[in-house]
Structure formats: structure tokens, C-alpha cells
Design a protein around this ligand. Structure first.
Ligand code: TTP
Length: 195
């Protein structure tokens, strides 16, 4: 039996695809390429919201289904940390995050029959102190490379995370509780609607 997609995911992130699959949402993926540079004077929440919206709207040109776009950044002492550009950048980011708490902002935008719906979710992440040799060993695993802030809470970096306040799935790239609400408002059926 072929299961038809009910949602278009405008993302190349395997995490976002896995998270949606974990709640039973079948998607077609249409990665989009938008300008992700931070604008002068833009706050972190304005920034992630703009990128999530930009991805959803770019995806809407490629599909007739409702389209979901999302963006995740780490914010430490007001500074936006995206993906590390190289080993030194990753080392700087993890050194800054070591022994402190930071915020992870994930924005979701969903375009569909009722227009464009948006949510932005903030999660506080508290990290233990991370030793210099642990940072070096972590880089060597390859895990930090494509992750905002240079770590993955769902992976090896879980041993650095003392606690979080907020949404675990939002840190991984998509806040599932809030996303499910948006999907329902756009008429995308969830497993609760199938019997
Ligand atoms: C903080 C953190 C981020 N991340 C990931 C989530 C996002 O995929 C990535 C941040 O980059 P994004 O630019 O939000 O997303 P992406 O480039 O992976 O995918 P696309 O733009 O095509 O949708 O960091 C984790 O997987 N675990 C974590 O603990």
C-alpha cells in the first residue's frame, strides 16, 4: 500500500524528517536554499522566525501540499550561534557554552489553506563544564559539524547536558507539540484522526 504524503517539508535536515516520522506524519521533502545571514539590528527570535518563514514560502513554490519550514539557533549571552564553520569555531562555541546555560530557539512556519502559521519555541539548556580534551574528542566524532551551537543533544553531547527547561524536540530541530497544533489548524491529519 502506498502512503501519500500530506505535508511538504522544506528542509534538508534528517532530524526534522525523523521527528515528523516519529509522530506518524508522512512527508515529501523539498530542501530549499535561502540567504541565512543575520541582518543588522535583528533579534534572535526575529531572525529564526524570518528564516522559518522564508523556507516555508520557498517550499510553497515547489509543492501543492501544506509546507513546513523551520530554523534552529543557539543563543548565548545575546549572541546567535549557528553551525560551526570549522574545528576552531566549534571549539570556541563549546568553550563558551561550557558550565553555563543558553537558549535554543526554534521557529516553525507552516503555509497552507489558512495562510501562514508560525510559532517560535525557546528552550533553556544547562551544560556542565566541558574539558578541552572532550571538546577535541567531540569534534573528531563529526557530530558537531551540521548542528547549531556545535552540539547535538540527541547524540554524544547528551553527556554534557545537565538539564533542559522546555522542549527537547525543539532543541533537536522541531517542537513537536507546537507543530502538531499548527498541522491540525492547516487540516493535516494526525494519527489521532485515523481509526
Ligand atoms: C542544538 C541542536 C541543533 N541541532 C540541529 C537542528 C538543525 O538541523 C540544525 C540547525 O540548522 P538549521 O539551519 O536550523 O537546519 P538545517 O540546515 O539542518 O536544515 P534546513 O535548513 O534544510 O531545514 O542543528 C541538533 O540536531 N541538535 C541539537 O542539539
Amino acid at each position: 500500500m502506498t502512503i501519500t504524503a500530506k505535508l511538504c517539508l522544506a528542509s534538508a535536515s534528517p532530524r526534522r524528517l525523523e521527528l515528523l516520522s516519529s509522530i506518524g506524519v508522512v512527508v515529501e521533502t523539498r530542501p530549499v536554499d535561502i540567504d541565512e545571514s543575520l541582518r543588522h539590528g535583528e533579534t534572535p527570535s526575529e531572525y529564526v522566525a524570518r528564516l522559518a518563514r522564508g523556507k516555508a514560502l520557498a517550499g510553497a513554490c515547489l509543492s501543492t501540499l501544506p509546507v513546513l519550514g523551520a530554523d534552529t539557533v543557539v543563543v548565548h549571552q545575546g549572541r546567535v550561534l549557528g553551525k560551526p564553520q570549522n574545528r576552531e569555531h566549534a571549539r570556541e562555541m563549546l568553550t563558551a557554552l561550557s558550565g553555563t546555560s543558553h537558549e535554543v530557539l526554534t521557529a516553525v512556519a507552516l503555509s497552507g489553506p489558512v495562510g501562514l502559521l508560525e510559532r517560535c519555541v525557546t528552550t533553556r539548556v544547562c551544560m556542565r563544564e566541558i574539558q578541552e580534551r572532550e571538546i577535541a574528542a567531540y569534534w573528531a566524532t563529526g557530530e558537531p559539524e551540521d548542528k547549531a551551537g556545535g552540539y547535538a543533544i540527541q547524540g554524544l553531547a547528551a553527556i554534557f547536558v545537565e538539564r533542559i527547561e522546555g522542549s527537547h524536540s525543539a532543541v533537536v530541530g522541531l517542537p513537536l507539540f507546537e507543530t502538531a497544533e499548527l498541522l491540525q489548524r492547516q487540516g493535516v491529519p494526525l494519527w489521532t484522526a485515523m481509526s
